[in-house]
Design a protein around this ligand. Structure first.
Ligand code: NAP
Ligand code: GDD
Length: 326
């Protein structure tokens, strides 16, 4: 019989790809949904899996520990992937308290529930390169040993979760691992994150459905990989013989301006005619540059990404061209 996994955040970008991967591997996959007033759109990323008997969905919320206890008792998972969070950095400045509750205390609620109900389960925590803030090692990279210096409420909340996971691992000898993942994208990315915003608006402008793209800081650089490659990394981290922390990245970094130029060139348009900037998309404190060194992940676990920045952005722009051409 296959293993059982529980995914929090199953209807998010990463949760949907991870659910597909684990079902392919023969897992029974349980996922939690938090209650929304509109049910229709909430599960669009996993609707293609809804009739699969290997997928089981339950209502629960990271803020409601009793609901987590209930789902852990029902599902008895061997592996728990904690992907749920308020994950938007800019919005974390508008909703810092909710971000701390869901992205920090939510993790603690889950760890306590695991400790009480299924302490033998292996736990993956979705940690983030946002935790490093503007700290960069002398060679230009961030890695597991780079000091953390978060510059957003979201980053602060993720640092709490990272540390409480290490604390529970050491205090209670639980198998809890942090994946410190750099930005990863896909056509399933929320379209208020910059890659999918640019891909979607490029397609709309090309098809005559829009005339402008308004952005924030176009000088920032990010290390962008594909979410499909990164959920494979999550699974590998939990198959390792001991709990540990791993950076996952491509090691290649581009500016937001380069991202814009690449997408517009792909559809044969001049970005200068359509792109402008506005203060409303800036953050009170900016994280300028991210570039990850994932040597530990590659050498210990043998992880290797299949996508490049270019093949990923090609897929995303094409997705929106097809979407708006239907
Ligand atoms: P996402 O698309 O924003 O998905 C977040 C998920 O969390 C959604 O399913 C959301 O449900 C759920 N959620 C939010 N608050 C919740 C709560 N209180 N209780 C239960 N579920 C809740 O994020 P993602 O891009 O897939 O990222 C997955 C995780 O990795 C997040 O923790 C993110 O912070 C972290 N991470 C992401 C990246 C990246 O570049 N994508 C990099 C590093 C780390 P609703 O949609 O119903 O609200
Ligand atoms: N969202 C957005 N919208 N970002 C913009 C825009 C815009 O209009 N214009 C410029 N940017 C810049 C942001 O200032 C940032 O420097 C960069 O584009 C990337 O922004 P996002 O795509 O929103 O991602 P992020 O880097 O802030 O956060 C993502 O990656 C983290 C890992 O480093 C999120 O997925 C986090 O959850 C994740 O932890």
């Amino acid at each position: 019989m296959g293993k059982t996994a529980l995914i929090t955040g199953i209807n998010g970008q990463d949760g949907s790809y991870l659910a597909e991967l684990l079902i392919e591997k023969g897992y029974t996959v349980w996922g939690i949904l938090k209650r929304n007033s509109v049910a229709e759109n909430q599960t669009y990323r996993i609707d293609h899996l809804r009739n699969n008997p290997m997928l089981k969905l339950e209502y629960a919320d990271l803020l409601d520990m009793a609901s987590l206890v209930r789902v852990l008792q029902l599902s008895k998972p061997a592996e728990v992937y904690n992907l749920a969070a308020q994950s938007h950095v800019r919005i974390s400045f508008d909703q810092p308290v909710y971000t701390a509750q869901s992205t920090a205390i939510g993790t603690l609620n889950l760890l306590e529930a695991v400790r009480l109900i299924c302490p033998e389960a292996r736990v993956y925590q979705a940690s983030s390169s946002e935790m490093f803030g503007n700290n960069i090692d002398a060679d230009g990279y961030q890695r597991e040993t780079t000091p953390m210096n978060p510059v957003s409420p979201y980053g602060c909340a993720k640092v709490f979760s990272y540390n409480i996971c290490r604390n529970y691992r050491n205090s209670y000898k639980l198998f809890i691992s942090n994946g410190i993942l750099f930005n990863h994208e896909s056509p399933r990315r929320g379209s208020n994150f910059v890659t999918n915003k640019v891909a979607k608006e490029t397609a709309k402008i090309k098809l005559g459905l829009s005339e402008k793209l308004v952005l924030g800081n176009t000088e920032a650089t990010r290390d962008w990989g594909h979410a499909k490659d990164y959920v494979e990394a999550m699974w590998m981290i939990l198959q390792h013989d001991k709990a540990d922390d791993f950076v996952c990245s491509t090691g290649v970094s581009h500016s937001v301006q380069y991202l814009v130029d690449y997408c517009f060139e792909k559809v044969g348009l001049d970005p200068k005619k359509y792109v402008s900037t506005a203060a409303r998309y800036l953050r009170p404190e900016e994280l300028r540059d991210l570039k990850g060194d994932c040597t530990k992940m590659k050498e210990t676990l043998g992880w290797k990404p299949k996508y490049t920045f270019e093949t990923m952005m090609d897929e995303m722009v094409q997705y929106w061209l097809d979407f708006y051409s239907k």
